[in-house]
Write a protein that binds this ligand. Sequence first.
Ligand SMILES: [Zn+2]
Length: 65
Amino acid sequence: MVKRDFACKTCGYISEEEIELCPACNNKKFTTFWQGYVVIIDVEKSQVAKILGITKPGKFALRIG
Ligand SMILES: [Zn+2]
């Protein structure tokens, strides 16, 4: 059985464990239905982070639901 990571429904932040609060946007709703992801290491220098509106480093899902 494949274990899916959890993605924040608001910003797409991906967590390998079930967490209560998203560290990136403080949202509490997570889903395992997501597709594709980007890894943001340096928020300041990343164009992708700017486009997606990501303000914290981490792994983010590209498509939710
Ligand atoms: Zn979030």
